[in-house]
Design a protein around this ligand. Sequence first.
Ligand SMILES: Nc1nc2c(ncn2[C@@H]2O[C@H](COP(=O)(O)OP(=O)(O)OP(=O)(O)O)[C@@H](O)[C@H]2O)c(=O)[nH]1
Ligand SMILES: [Mg+2]
Length: 172
Amino acid sequence: MTLHHIKNRTKKPPPLRVGIGGPVGSGKTTLLEMLCKAMRDRYDLVAITNDIYTKEDQRLLTVSGALPAERIMGVETGGCPHTAIREDAYINLEAIDRMLVDFPDADIVINKTDLAPMSADLAVMQADTTRMRTTTKGLKPFVLTNLKTLSGLAEVVAFIETKGMLLPAAEK
Ligand SMILES: Nc1nc2c(ncn2[C@@H]2O[C@H](COP(=O)(O)OP(=O)(O)OP(=O)(O)O)[C@@H](O)[C@H]2O)c(=O)[nH]1
Ligand SMILES: [Mg+2]
């Protein structure tokens, strides 16, 4: 991440970078939607979604009302999404950077992609929806969620808040 946006930031540590990764149909988009809905009132959230050819997630998340359209950026990764989130993450780092120009006080940047794990540059903690495994710095708790009933979601939110050392806006 480059640093030009930091000058606009007010008395805050850099935003927490959370990743969501997992195979096709494993519930990534739904988890992103539910996390946004559960956390958006307390945190300044922005999301970057990686899609191979389209900006479908950006459309879905806007329609479901997860976040305002301007807080979601769809990155079209072309034929090689692996590269975009691992060895050569610049396309995503640039997207984060552009988002932070518009939202300099963002608390959390959520990056969503079809593959897990992603580069540590993009996410310091990552949820692998294959088995709802949330990892951070070697810690690998498994959380079973059902996003239809929202069971388990509060645990994931609590994990992000605790391990990510976040404090709700009201407590700052
Ligand atoms: N019952 C149940 N259905 C779920 C859950 N999470 C996701 N789904 C459903 O499973 C389907 C796939 O979920 P998505 O969130 O679209 O999965 P995805 O990983 O984003 O899929 P792709 O973007 O196609 O790779 C959708 O119909 C969801 O409504 C869950 O916890 N319980
Ligand atoms: Mg999806």
